[in-house]
Design a protein. Structure first.
Length: 94
């Protein structure tokens, strides 16, 4: 912790166990879905999201209710069979 005398601002730095300076505002833990990007949308209420590492989730919307399913790989197969998958509440899936 230090002070910037010119601006009278307290500066706090967070150093991770790996010795790297961390910015908590940009850490993935701030929003567990922030690394996923929208990939597919269909007109029956399904939304597909992918992460750079190949993991994915599909969100199903039915009458204003949202349910989810996720996986670590093979998004294209999941998306193709999305209507037959078993969806659950956010807290049960993530």
């Amino acid at each position: 912790m230090s002070f910037d005398d010119a601006l009278k601002i307290k500066v706090v730095e967070l150093i991770g166990a790996d010795g790297v300076l961390k910015n908590p505002a940009t850490e993935d833990k701030q929003d567990i879905l922030s690394a996923y990007k929208i990939t597919d949308i269909d007109d029956t209420g399904y939304y597909g999201y992918l992460k750079a590492d190949g993991s994915w989730y599909i969100m199903q919307e039915i009458s204003g209710a949202y349910r989810y399913i996720k996986g670590d790989s093979d998004y294209s197969t999941a998306w193709t069979g999305r209507a037959g998958l078993s969806y659950d509440y956010f807290n049960q899936v993530f």
